[in-house]
Design a binder for this molecule. Sequence first.
Ligand code: NAP
Length: 235
Amino acid sequence: MTEPESTLPHVTLNFAMSLDGKISTAARGRFRFTSGRDRRVMDEIRARSDAVLIGGATLRAEDPPLQVRDARLREGRILAGHDEKLINIVLSASLNLPLGGRFFTTPGIRRIVATVEDARAELLASVKGLAEIVRLGQGRVPIPELLKRLSERGISRLLVEGGGEVNASFFEAGCVDEIYVTVAPIVIGGRSAPTPAGGEGFLAGGTAAFELVSCRSEENEIFIHYRRRSVAAGS
Ligand SMILES: NC(=O)c1ccc[n+]([C@@H]2O[C@H](COP(=O)([O-])OP(=O)(O)OC[C@H]3O[C@@H](n4cnc5c(N)ncnc54)[C@H](OP(=O)(O)O)[C@@H]3O)[C@@H](O)[C@H]2O)c1
């Protein structure tokens, strides 16, 4: 019998970057550099998602709250028949994660840890009971297969909130459908400061391409929305 074809979740990336294309300082710690308007936009994007995914390094650096903040947006989700709370997902090969922090201890949240098949047994044991564990791949989680597993868990709209290594994993797999970027009016600098897409990088000719949906400025920030370039546009 052939397996029924699964539709992979729609993947949206959202990040903020400085004028010089950095998402944090070279120290890779927690660094907020956008306005309340940007946080509102982020909340609206979250409100349209089933789950939000971050990387192990972002969890270690920030352990950010990963829910919709605005009560009206949460109400809207309920009225539309969605769960009030977003599923929270962390992608981590090392499983070196702050188990006593917000991500793992906030009550009433469905959590998924996506890790590798060769993850260390003692760390797997310490995460078990705090989150559902999805294990895929050796050394690195293959993103298309992870998306298939998330789809089987009822996730059809996945929001990826970085950082740059996680974004690169999704770009490299060709699994990014939409991008929201906020450009903030500062320069961070630092040759080793993270950018929106780390990883190994593409060679010329192999780059991921997108088309502009909208672009608007408010005060000193620019809010840009891109979507996956259609085949016709790319040919
Ligand atoms: N400005 C923004 O919008 C924004 C957004 C998010 C984060 N940030 C900042 O960005 C910085 C962190 O970014 P980053 O690029 O250093 O790291 P990151 O992308 O947050 O996390 C990288 C980690 O994610 C895991 N990972 C990524 N791809 C994987 C794969 N395919 N399979 C298994 N694990 C995978 C690994 O975790 P393990 O190491 O656990 O194995 C890897 O080391 C922080 O300073 C944070 O504050 C900024």
